[in-house]
Design a protein. Structure first.
Length: 306
C-alpha cells in the first residue's frame, strides 16, 4: 500500500485554480508523488488499521518568514514512513513490500518500554505513534517558535488519549523547545544522555545545520554503558536533492560528534528498497520525491561532547 494512503485532507473545499492543477498532477504525471501534506486551512486525518480511531493532525499557520522557512507546517513523507516503521516494529507487523532483499527489519523499530525523543518533530506523528503503541516515555521537540510549538502541543493533546491506543494506555508525552546544537539550555541539561531512541524526520535539507543536529543527537542518546542498544533513527526525503542531505551521513562528520552510521538504505513510497548510494547521477524531481533515505546511528563514545 502506498505510503500516503493513510492521509486524508480535512476542511472546506477550495476553489483556487492552482489547487485544481495540483490535484490533477497525479493524472498528468502518474509517477508524481505528493511529499508534503496539508496547509493552514486544511488539517489532516491519519488513519491506521491498527489504531482504534484516526488521529487528527493540526498544522501550523506561521506568521513570520523565519517560521515558514522551517517547513514544519506540513506533514512530510519521512514522518509517515517512520510512523509505519514504529507501528510495525512495536506491534510485530510485517512491512509492506520491500522485496526478497528487504533492508528494513520491523523488529529493529520496536519502541516498547523505551525512552524516546523526536527532534524537529513538526506535527509529531512518529512521537504520537510511539506514545500510543508502548514506549515508556516520549518527548517531542521543535525549534523555539511559539507558532510551531503551539501546534505541536495541540496535536499531542488531541491524540494522547486511551481511546486512541490499541492497548488503552498512553505513555507520557511532553513537548519542548530545542534548537539543534544549543546544549547550554535547561532542557538540554535535564535530558542529557536520557534516551534509548532519537527520531529525526526530514531534517537533512539544511547542510549548514548538519553538525548541530549531530551534536544534539549525540547529546541526548544514552551512553553506551547504560544502553548499548541506544540508536537514532533518521528518515529524510530526497526532494531537495541528494547532494544537500548526503553530507549528514559523512563518516568523519558523524565521528566528530561521536556517532557512526550502523545501517543506511533507501525506500520509496511504494515500499521498494535499495542500497544507499552517495551519487545516482541525474535524478529528476518526480523521481527524487518518491524516495527516502533511512539511517540508523549509534554512539561511538561513552560521553557526548558539549
Amino acid at each position: 500500500m502506498a505510503l500516503t494512503s493513510r492521509i486524508s485532507l480535512q476542511g472546506p473545499p477550495t476553489y483556487d485554480p492552482e489547487d485544481y492543477l495540483c490535484s490533477s498532477l497525479g493524472v498528468i504525471f502518474p509517477d508524481d508523488v505528493t511529499n508534503q501534506h496539508g496547509d493552514a486551512e486544511h488539517s489532516l486525518l491519519y488513519t491506521s488499521p491498527h489504531l482504534p480511531r484516526p488521529l487528527p493532525i493540526a498544522l501550523a499557520n506561521p506568521d513570520h518568514e523565519s517560521d515558514r522557512s522551517l517547513f514544519s507546517h506540513y506533514l512530510w513523507n519521512s514522518s509517515l514512513l517512520l510512523a509505519e516503521f514504529v507501528e510495525a516494529g512495536t506491534l510485530g507487523l510485517p512491512l509492506d513490500v520491500g522485496g526478497p532483499d528487504r533492508l528494513a527489519k520491523p523488529a529493529d523499530f520496536d519502541v516498547a518500554g523505551l525512552d524516546c525523543l523526536e527532534l524537529g518533530a513538526g506535527t509529531a506523528l512518529p512521537s504520537l505513534m510511539a506514545a500510543l503503541l508502548g514506549a515508556k516515555s516520549m518527548v517531542a521537540t521543535d525549534y523555539p517558535s511559539a507558532t510551531v510549538l503551539e501546534t505541536l502541543s495541540r496535536n499531542v493533546a488531541a491524540n494522547t488519549k486511551p481511546e486512541c491506543s490499541p492497548s488503552g494506555t498512553v505513555a507520557p508525552l511532553i513537548t519542548g523547545a530545542h534548537a539543534w546544537g544549543e546544549l547550554d539550555t535547561p532542557f538540554a541539561a535535564q535530558h542529557r544522555s536520557r534516551f534509548d531512541r532519537v527520531f529525526v524526520c526530514d531534517c537533512l535539507w539544511m547542510p549548514w545545520q548538519h553538525a548541530n543536529l549531530h551534536r544534539s543527537i549525540a547529546w541526548f542518546l544514552k551512553d553506551r554503558e547504560s544502553s548499548p542498544s541506544a540508536r537514532a533513527w533518521i528518515v529524510g526525503g530526497f526532494h531537495t536533492g541528494r547532494a544537500k542531505m548526503s553530507g549528514f551521513f559523512d563518516d568523519a562528520a558523524l565521528a566528530a560528534a561521536g556517532l557512526k552510521a550502523e545501517s543506511l538504505w533507501e525506500r520509496d513510497c511504494d515500499g521498494v528498497e535499495r542500497a544507499w548510494a552517495w551519487d545516482r547521477g541525474h535524478e529528476d524531481v518526480s523521481e527524487r520525491k518518491r524516495w527516502l533515505v533511512v539511517g540508523v546511528l549509534r554512539r561511538l563514545t561513552s560521553s557526548p561532547r558539549a
